[in-house]
Design a protein around this ligand. Structure first.
Ligand SMILES: N[C@@H](CCC(=O)N[C@@H](CS)C(=O)NCC(=O)O)C(=O)O
Length: 97
């Protein structure tokens, strides 16, 4: 974990975390990202019905946290499960963040 402390705090392009503030699994993802020095843009599904609808339509279910990942070609992946999201963030090359 120590190696992550040296990362500079940069926003991750093409990534959005669908979440809400009091969701424990969402807090785990956000804390992990913070610890890794990753600034993860968030989309609060409780304050925006638009974000909630995007999540349901794109990801197929309303569960949070969900990480929307858009690649350079415009392809989109919806990743559910806090542990999978955290593992994904850990595997990102330093140049992505
Ligand atoms: N195993 C999941 C649990 C996620 C979970 O329980 N999310 C709740 C909020 S904390 C939720 O979205 N419930 C509403 C739903 O599933 O539509 C994870 O770790 O990500």
């Amino acid at each position: 974990m120590i190696r992550f402390l040296n990362r500079s705090k940069l926003e991750l392009d093409g990534h959005h975390l669908y979440c809400f503030p009091t969701c424990g699994a969402c807090i785990a993802v956000r804390l992990s990202a913070w610890w890794m020095g990753i600034q993860l843009p968030t989309r609060n599904v409780l304050v925006s019905s638009g974000h909630a609808a995007e999540l349901a339509a794109g990801g197929g279910k309303t569960q949070v946290p969900c990480l929307r990942i858009e690649d350079a070609d415009g392809g989109v992946q919806w990743m559910y499960e806090s542990s999978d999201i955290i593992d994904y963030l850990k595997e990102l090359p330093s140049s992505s963040t």
